[in-house]
Ligand binder design. Sequence first.
Ligand SMILES: [Zn+2]
Ligand SMILES: [Zn+2]
Length: 214
Amino acid sequence: MSIQIKMMTLGMFSTNSYVITDSESKQAVLIDPVDDAPTLYRAVQESGCTLALVLATHAHFDHVMASKALKELTGAPFYIHADAVPMLEMLPVQGRVFGLGLLPEAAKPDRLLTSVSETLTVGAIRLETRHTPGHADGHLAFYMPDQRVVFAGDTLFAGSIGRTDLIGGDYDLLMHSIQTQLLTLDDDVKVLAGHMGITTIGIERQTNPFLAGI
Ligand SMILES: [Zn+2]
Ligand SMILES: [Zn+2]
């Protein structure tokens, strides 16, 4: 298989960024430009691929902080859900809640994704968008049917779920998103989330205490 996925955990909230590379087309997709654009860029360069697309699962600052710097380094287009734009534009002041100073501006999105699922294709990399609001407005998960992997952002974690006490948070909506967009995937599908380690849909279905009621 020519497709590889590299996980990098960066920033003060230990947020996961993922670089997906296709060694045949020599193109890469990056999910969540979390922090430290030079480190993300280096990881792409080391793979020998060109960054063709940057996607964000949502616009919380720890997931998009490097978006503008990464775009300046690579010129790769940046896509995010339309509903996430107000929060994206608030990036410089988002850190206030956490006692942080002014943060950098976010990249301007080159395309706004919608709530209707679509398949984004870069070389042999196929990513299906799944609208999963509840943790934040305009949250998207990205499912790779060929690799049986879902990038879940901050919806579903190993043994936990995304918090819903921040702006745009809605517990019932999050549970609905998990139930209809993630738990509908097969048990063997790997979950690569915005924080913490790798799990599977099956493990979470069986053991995640937050999913016990559904
Ligand atoms: Zn978040
Ligand atoms: Zn997060």
